[in-house]
Design a protein around this ligand. Structure first.
Ligand code: AMP
Length: 185
């Protein structure tokens, strides 16, 4: 059973690595950012509610994201595992996920913190050119990451679920570090 949660600032390479590993292990890559962007494009009720938050780099209210994750993790394609990218982003969401996984008898996901210095991620995001990758929005997303999401490093560290990987390497080097790590667990 492959159950992995990716932490790391925007631009750390979570999406790229999560996608490659998900293909490699044959499990779904569940990116809350991708689901929200798709909902916004399709103008679903969720998308309409989430749009102003995503566009300005703020966190979408947890209840909306939690309902979305709960529904997604209960689909049949998650039977051999999943890779979560972008969730949880707050301690509140982590507690919600712990309770959800406990109810589903799926305890103890591995949490990977992709560690990359701020100046490196800003450069990467500016060259990515996504709609929410303007300098002002990037700065806000990094601030929110620092205040809301970095407490999860201690949260999962205390629970002995955390592994830190140096994300300041080429994507293929990070990928091979991740594969070595997961094989050895
Ligand atoms: P990402 O693709 O992970 O960088 O997410 C893009 C945007 O989607 C974020 O800036 C938030 O507005 C929203 N988002 C994604 N995941 C979450 C989450 N777990 N909680 C709240 N908002 C989220």
């Amino acid at each position: 059973m492959t159950r992995i949660i990716f932490l790391g600032p925007p631009g750390a390479g979570k999406g790229t690595q999560a996608k490659t590993l998900a293909q490699h292990w044959g499990v779904p890559h569940i990116s809350t950012g991708d689901i929200l962007r798709e909902a916004i494009k399709e103008q679903t009720p969720l998308g309409i509610k989430a749009k102003s938050y995503v566009d300005t780099g703020q966190l979408v209210p947890s209840q909306l994201v939690q309902d979305m994750v709960s529904e997604r993790l209960q689909k049949a394609d998650t039977s051999s595992g999943w890779i979560l990218d972008g969730f949880p982003r707050t301690v509140e969401q982590a507690i919600f996920l712990d309770n959800l996984l406990q109810e589903m008898n799926q305890k103890g996901a591995m949490v990977i913190n992709l560690d990359v210095p701020d100046d490196v991620v800003v450069g990467r995001l500016l060259s990515r050119g996504r709609k929410d990758d303007t300098e002002e929005v990037i700065r806000r997303r990094l601030e929110i990451y620092r205040s809301e999401t970095t407490p999860l490093i201690d949260y999962y560290g205390d629970r002995k679920q955390l592994v830190v990987i140096n994300g300041n390497q080429s994507p293929s080097e990070v990928n091979s570090n991740l594969k070595d790590l997961i094989i050895s667990c």
